[in-house]
Write a protein that binds this ligand. Structure first.
Ligand code: GAP
Length: 594
């Protein structure tokens, strides 16, 4: 398909067959909000379940569900209030707002306009002679402003408790860290996952569910002690990946690096083994759920592109219509978040790490003489004592002189060194409090759904008729099986079809029962929504050698076999789990000519 065709075909199919559509259309619609119809909701839920299974269950992580609204201090601490901005340029003629970096990227060779300052972006807009995409007015001379993407609200009546809809699910995990670490028995490393809604007041939502104002993230916050916890790469070292490192993006003749996770970490292309580990399992997971690996890459962020909390970041990107879409981010967040919440919050965001052997250390301590400090400093005496303790830890030499100079809440105070009762004690320590570092794989579920649909969309010809179908993986397809009685006027045949459908539903399969129209039409309907297998109950399945048999047809090849009803559930379980292929089924059973 040519560029643009894929998205157009997909959006049309999505609406017609109930995958997704713009929400609140009865009231004129509202940009950036989408409703998933029955097919889309099932597909999305299967993708979320597949993610949970791999990143929570198989990794032995803890899953939580935190509120989507959090009070303002959370986002002061996290840095989102100050730093979670996009660049906005407003048209003087029609008043429409546009994302400045996207306008520049869409109209120039520049791929990283996000790294420009607002002033540089305004200059670039003027240099390129850009006009408003809505009304065509010249944008030269318009200022570019930082626009905070968070949706603000008030918690309770009045405006005394401002809150925000979370812009990432991650903060719900960080804020609850003091409690969650107890469930993890204070033992690093451990991971916490959350699948849920995030909200961003995007300046220009676009490409249907790719950039919306309400979307679903599946995030894993993996807490480590960077000094002690090493990633075990043995399970992923041989995974082949296509990497686009920052250095290659910046070089004139920069190119992709085709390598393995093990080599990329060893060669320092991926600078952190934990990031390497998560890229490896993500690559395999994307393949399982049906992303086309020939249209997939990992791209490292350029320095100016990284979020305020991130010290290194790789994006998983999928190609649709010639554009690369960021479908997940893998970020090294260091101790940024937990340190900030430790500083702003009232709880302990550290973990006590036991040493292998207790350590004997010399520690400078003070025992301030409050009988002297009290009369001299009154209400300030406790702060002076605390300042003495802090100084002893930080700069023991300061107590060598007769007087000690202190900074108490910005005020310079001098006290006699004698009142501190300074000494150096030998202590035995069992461990230390550390602030864990965080490695974060953060997946966009909606963009994954979009990619799966785009990569699965196929057209061909069957019996001289054009057919469009979705070659979705059986692991995530919204409907697992179609069940069709060949005719609806033979009671035994209908009874057997009913029994088959009931048995499959009881075994946990999503079944569509369809008895209307020609079999060809019924197949086409299921092909178009990606149902991988259809079962037809015909007269041959009622009597003689074929009694209690049905035919099962595979969507992409159209091939069919006759199978005993008793073998149906077991066969479909294997096909859905990917432990058996349809070729295996063809080998083991009587093939039926279509
Ligand atoms: N906690 C890290 C974080 O939120 P991010 O790169 O801003 O990182 C993670 O978001 C993922 O969420 C992205 O890779 C993308 O798939 C998805 N995402 C972000 N903004 C989105 C939007 N406006 N609409 C749909 N998905 C979005």
């Amino acid at each position: 398909m040519s560029e643009g065709d894929e998205s157009a075909a997909l959006t049309e199919l999505a609406k017609r067959r109930g995958f997704f559509f713009g929400s609140s259309e009865a009231y004129g619609g509202v940009g950036g909000f989408y409703t998933y119809g029955p097919q889309g909701a099932a597909l999305k839920s299967n993708v979320e379940e597949a993610w949970r299974e791999r990143f929570a269950v198989q990794e032995g992580n803890l899953e939580i569900e935190a509120p989507t609204i959090m009070p303002e201090p959370v986002f002061e601490a996290s840095g989102h209030l100050d730093g979670f901005d996009d660049m906005l340029v407003e048209c003087a003629e029609c008043g429409e707002s546009h994302r400045a970096d996207h306008l520049i990227e869409d109209n120039s060779e520049l791929e990283d306009a996000e790294t420009l300052s607002p002033e540089e972006a305004a200059e670039k807009i003027a240099d390129l002679g850009l006009v408003c995409p809505t009304c065509g007015a010249d944008l030269a001379g318009r200022s570019v402003e930082d626009f905070n993407l968070m949706f603000e609200t008030n918690i309770g009546p009045g405006s005394s408790t401002p809150g925000y809809l979370r812009p990432e699910t991650a903060q719900g995990i960080f804020v609850e860290f003091p409690r969650i670490k107890e469930y993890a028995r204070n033992s690093l490393p451990f991971g916490v996952t959350q699948v849920g809604r995030a909200y961003r007041n995007e300046i220009s939502p676009r490409k249907s569910i790719v950039r919306t104002r309400e979307f679903t993230q599946a995030e894993l916050e993996h807490f480590i002690d960077p000094e002690r916890d090493e990633a075990d790469l043995s399970a992923v070292e041989d995974v082949s990946v296509l990497l686009y490192p920052a250095t290659e993006q910046e070089a004139d003749d920069g190119d992709y690096v085709e390598t393995t996770i093990g080599e990329a970490v060893e060669d320092g292309i991926i600078g952190n083994a934990w990031l390497g580990y998560f890229l490896g399992i993500a690559q395999e997971w994307y393949e399982t759920v049906g992303v086309d690996m020939d249209r997939f890459r990992f791209r490292q962020h350029l320095a100016g592109e990284r979020a305020h909390y991130s010290s290194d970041c790789w994006d998983a990107e999928s190609e649709v219509d010639g554009d690369w879409i960021e479908i997940a981010g893998f970020s090294y967040r260091s101790d940024y978040d937990l340190s900030k919440h430790g500083e702003y919050g009232d709880d302990d965001f550290t973990v006590f790490q036991q040493y292998d052997e207790p350590k004997t250390v010399e520690r400078a301590v003070v025992d301030p003489d409050m009988a002297t400090l009290g009369p001299e400093f009154g209400a300030q005496a406790a702060d002076v004592a605390e300042a003495l303790e802090t100084l002893a830890e930080r700069d023991p030499d300061a107590f060598d002189a007769d007087e000690v100079n202190l900074d108490v809440d910005g005020e310079q105070i001098t006290v006699d060194a004698d009142v501190a009762n300074f000494s150096v004690e030998t202590q035995t320590e069992a461990g230390e409090h550390i602030t864990p570092h965080v490695v974060e794989p953060s997946f966009g579920i909606d963009r994954t759904v979009y990619t799966l649909l785009a990569h699965a969309y196929e057209t061909d010809e069957v019996d001289g008729e054009a057919r469009s179908y979705l070659s979705l993986s059986p692991a995530v397809a919204p409907t697992n099986v179609g069940v069709f009685p060949l005719v609806s006027n033979v009671d035994e045949l209908v009874d057997l079809a009913d029994d088959v459908a009931a048995e499959l539903r009881a075994a946990g399969f999503a079944v569509v029962y369809d008895d209307s129209g020609s079999i060809g039409r019924r197949y086409r309907r299921q092909d178009e929504v990606g149902t991988p297998f259809c079962i037809t109950i015909d007269r041959d399945g009622l009597e003689g050698d074929g009694a209690d048999t049905v035919t099962i047809r595979e969507r992409d090849s159209g091939k069919q076999v006759r199978l005993s009803v008793d073998d149906l559930v077991g066969t479909l379980v294997g096909l859905r789990a990917g432990t058996a292929s349809f070729d295996d089924v063809l080998d083991d059973n009587e093939v039926v000519e279509a």
